[in-house]
Design a protein around this ligand. Structure first.
Ligand SMILES: O=C([O-])CC(=O)C(=O)O
Ligand SMILES: [Mg+2]
Length: 396
C-alpha cells in the first residue's frame, strides 16, 4: 500500500466581512488530495482535506516541505502494523521529522490539512464513515447520532445595520438552528450592546447567543466589556484577548461570572496544556475551541483530548472552531459537545451534508465512507478539480 500522488492548490474564500481583528478580503484556503494505490469500487481511494478559515493557504509549506516529505517516506513508515491501512499516527511522525518543538507557526495548518486527507482516505479504505471508525478504534464504540451545531455569523459588513443583523439571525433560526454567534469588539461598546440586544430580541434569550471578540481586547477592555454584558447571561464570551495571553484570561475568569470559550488560535498540545494550566478556565462551565485543521490535525487533537482528561476536563467541553465536516465526525465519534457551523459564510467549506437539515440545533451525519465530502455537492465539485488536474498530469 502506498501514496501515489498528492495535489494541492489554494482557492479563495474571500468576502467583505470583518471581525474585530481582520477582514476576509484576501482569505484563501488550501485544498489537498492524497491518492493511494488502494482500489475501492474500481477506483484509487483519494482522501481530501482543506485548512479551516482564518489562516491563509499554506501552499509554500505544503509544496516545498510536507508533501515531498510524505512522498519520500517508505511504505513501512506510513502503513499500520497489520499492513491493512495507512497509519495517521505514523504519517504524523513522518511529517514532523526534523521539525523543532515550539514556535509552531503555520506549519500546523499545513500538517492539519494533510492529516484531514489522510483520515478521509483511511475511513474510505475501511469503507466506513469516519465518525464510525473513530468511535470503534479510538472511542467507546458508540456514536452520537446527532450533533449540536450553532450558527456562526453576525460579522461586521458594510451597510449592515441592526435590521440586517436581525434578518441574518432570523434566517439561522428558520434553518433550524437554536443558538447563534455574532462578532463584537469592532465598534464602540454602546454600539455593540445595541447589536447584542437586537439579536437577543430575535433569539429570545442570552443563552441562545455567543459573542466573539477575536482577540481584540486588552485586560481592561475585556473586564469592562464583561461587566457590561454579564446580565445578558450569554452562552459564551469568546476569545476575548490575545489567544496566548493566559494572564488576561485568568484575570478575566476571576471576575466574569458566565461561560468563556477560547482555543481556536492555539495550535499544539503544548499551547492547549498551557491554557489549561495557567488561564484559570473552569471545566464546569467553559468551552474549548481547538480546531484540528489548523493545529496539526486529529492525531494532535487526540493528544489534546487525553491531556484534557488527565486534567479533569471532558471531551464534552469541546466545540471546535471551523464549521467543517472533519470536526463534525470527531464530535459524533469521540463525543464532543458539538461543532461550529457557518450557514452563511466560508462556503463551500462551511456547512454539512446535503439533505441533512438542522433540527432544533442538531444535525445528523451521512452514512458514506470517509469524512462525507462526497455528500456535499458544492464542496465535492471543488475538491474533485484536484483529481482532474492529476489525470491530465498522467496523460502529459
Ligand atoms: O471570524 C473568524 O475568524 C472566525 C471565528 O473566530 C469563529 O468562527 O469563531
Ligand atoms: Mg472565534
Amino acid at each position: 500500500m502506498k501514496i501515489v500522488s498528492i495535489k494541492e492548490k489554494a482557492v479563495p474564500i474571500s468576502s467583505n466581512i470583518s471581525n474585530a481583528f481582520i477582514d476576509f478580503s484576501k482569505m484563501n484556503a488550501s485544498i489537498v488530495a492524497v491518492e493511494t494505490d488502494v482500489v475501492r469500487n474500481g477506483k484509487h481511494v483519494v482522501g481530501y482535506g482543506f485548512n479551516s478559515n482564518g489562516r491563509y493557504a499554506p501552499s509554500g509549506l505544503l509544496k516545498e516541505r510536507f508533501i515531498p516529505r510524505l512522498l519520500e517516506a517508505s511504505p513501512e513508515e506510513i502503513v499500520n502494523d497489520t499492513g491493512t491501512n495507512l497509519s495517521p499516527e505514523k504519517i504524523h511522525q513522518v511529517l514532523m521529522n526534523n521539525e523543532k518543538p515550539g514556535g509552531h507557526g503555520e506549519r500546523t495548518v499545513a500538517v492539519g490539512t494533510l492529516d484531514m486527507a489522510v483520515w478521509d482516505a483511511v475511513a474510505k479504505i475501511e469503507d466506513v464513515p469516519l465518525y464510525k471508525f473513530l468511535a470503534d478504534q479510538y472511542g467507546d464504540g458508540t456514536i452520537d447520532e446527532k450533533v449540536f451545531v450553532y450558527a456562526a455569523g453576525g460579522y461586521y459588513h458594510p451597510n449592515k445595520g441592526l435590521p440586517e443583523l436581525q434578518d441574518e439571525m432570523k434566517s439561522y433560526l428558520d434553518m433550524g438552528y437554536s443558538k447563534v454567534k455574532m462578532k463584537v469588539g469592532g465598534v464602540p461598546l454602546e454600539e455593540d450592546l445595541k447589536r447584542i440586544e437586537a439579536v437577543i430580541d430575535v433569539v429570545g434569550s442570552g443563552q441562545n447567543l455567543m459573542i466573539d471578540v477575536n482577540g481584540r481586547f486588552n485586560l481592561e477592555e475585556a473586564i469592562h466589556f464583561g461587566e457590561a454584558i454579564k446580565d445578558y447571561n450569554l452562552f459564551w464570551y469568546e476569545e476575548v484577548g490575545d489567544p496566548l495571553d493566559y494572564h488576561l484570561q485568568a484575570e478575566l475568569s476571576k471576575v466574569y461570572p458566565n461561560a468563556i470559550a477560547t482555543g481556536e488560535n492555539l495550535f499544539s498540545v503544548q499551547d492547549a496544556t498551557n491554557l489549561i494550566r495557567y488561564a484559570g478556565m473552569n471545566p464546569k462551565t467553559d468551552f474549548l475551541q481547538f480546531d484540528c485543521a489548523l493545529s496539526y490535525g486529529l492525531v494532535e487533537y487526540m493528544k489534546i483530548l487525553k491531556m484534557l482528561e488527565e486534567n479533569g476536563w471532558s471531551s464534552r467541553n469541546c466545540i471546535p472552531h471551523g464549521g467543517h465536516q472533519m470536526s463534525l465526525n470527531i464530535a459524533a465519534g469521540l463525543k464532543l459537545y458539538g461543532n461550529e457551523s457557518y450557514p452563511g459564510v466560508f462556503q463551500p467549506f462551511g456547512g454539512f451534508a446535503d439533505g441533512y437539515a438542522i433540527d432544533n440545533g442538531y444535525v445528523g451525519l451521512p452514512d458514506v465512507p470517509g469524512i462525507g465530502f462526497e455528500a456535499k455537492e458544492d464542496l465535492y465539485q471543488l475538491l474533485k478539480t484536484l483529481n482532474l488536474e492529476q489525470k491530465k498530469a498522467y496523460i502529459n
